[in-house]
Design a protein. Structure first.
Length: 133
């Protein structure tokens, strides 16, 4: 069993996981759908270094949320609360802005649930707690 990691290390490892998972999801599934959706609106998807940096910051903030929720709640509650705040709210804002390709949800929902599930397990493990905590 791993020893207890400091909160900073917990956030770092969860952020690394969220960034890796999100990057794979983006490259394999989301980028082509977003590009097609934007093209259908007569726009080019804005892919700038600043936007990519902001997504890294988003993932770090998501990691902070997962770690702090996991200190107060069970794994299941951490997963549900984190997923609603991190993913559901992001998609609602993008959909409301007219820039979210809804057909992406068939892939994004299960992937994001698995992503948050693993993030919560990482946080729990690094706190020296079992998955049932």
């Amino acid at each position: 069993m791993l020893g207890k990691a400091t909160t900073g290390w917990q956030i770092l490892w969860v952020a690394i996981w969220i960034n890796l998972s999100g990057s794979v999801r983006w490259m394999l599934f989301a980028r082509p759908r977003f590009a097609a959706h934007y093209k259908g609106m007569g726009l080019a998807y804005p892919n700038t270094p600043l936007i990519n940096i902001l997504w890294v910051v988003w993932a770090v903030l998501a990691a902070v949320l997962v770690v702090f929720l996991s200190k107060k709640f069970s794994v299941l509650h951490t997963i549900v609360l984190s997923w609603l705040v991190i993913f559901a709210m992001t998609w609602i804002v993008q959909w409301n802005s007219g820039v979210f390709p809804l057909q992406l949800l068939w892939i994004a929902v299960p992937w994001s649930l698995a992503e948050v599930f693993i993030a919560a397990l990482i946080a729990n493990k690094l706190q020296g707690r079992g998955a049932a905590s």
